[in-house]
Design a protein. Sequence first.
Length: 343
Amino acid sequence: MPVPRRPALPAPPGRTPTLALGLALVATLGTALGPLPATAARAADNGEWSVFPAAASRPDGGRPYFHLSADPGRSVTDRVTVANKTAAPLTFRLYAADAYNTARDGGFAVRSPDERQRGVGAWAKPARQRITVPARSSVTVPYTLTVPESAEPGDHSGALVALDERVAPPSGAVAVGVRRAVGARVHLKVTGPAVPALTVEDVRISQDRPLVPGTGESSALISYTLHNRGNVTLGPEVALKAEGLFGRDLLSRRLTRVPSELLPRQRIRLTERWAGSPQLEWGEIRLTASAGQLRESAGVSFLALPWTVAAALALALAPIAFRIRRRVRKRARARRAGTPARA
């Protein structure tokens, strides 16, 4: 069965972001993420067609995104252009979509036309839902975005998407066709109070150590959740610090696998590999996330103890534990024996 791909969207300038692309697996739409180079902002383009705001003088210049602002209950109008770079006409389904961060690593993605739209995807309506673009030509379509009275103030992200509804032949071992799409980002700001908020949650560490200390490499996988609790899009940065006994510095680094955009109300789960982590240590991992004036941190304690050392300690302590247990039981029996019998 055909499954639509996640639309290709242009990368924001600055830190290297991730871009969400669709991957068909049996009857499931998944997401595959790949890094893009940090280049100047440009129109969304997959080599065959591009989508960009109509005010751009050419596909690689002008406005790369739609930046809109509106009061609740008001409407704004704009125009989107779809350019066909091939030698044959192409027909597209044109629709608006909500954007979100993928839970796996925070890549920017948008909803497919079959998913429920609640924000920009529900509010923006192109004047035409299907267009045919002649070879090596372009078509411009106006659209209207109407913000409901009940819309939450703050940032709302989405895209205007041109979906090629033709089913591409399956490739690889998975015999499932896909449909390709390209979208121009829409960044909408609904007027009202801006409330930025960011938290670090559920920090965990899993360790991989050799059975005998010093006989192999050790590593640890640190996982954590970044949660944008506010109504403003954030560009978070995360610092990782590990301390051992007596406050000794074990690790200090600024993490690079952090999304350049964390949309409002989005929660993402991220991981960081710590190669060469201690094989015998007791300490704490602390992650600090910052975005503008925001700064929040969370941590978790850890005990690095090789299995052989743990087994030796258990064997050494077993007799002591056995004697303590016998004493406790003996005293309990003595107390019971000295208690008068009840009628």
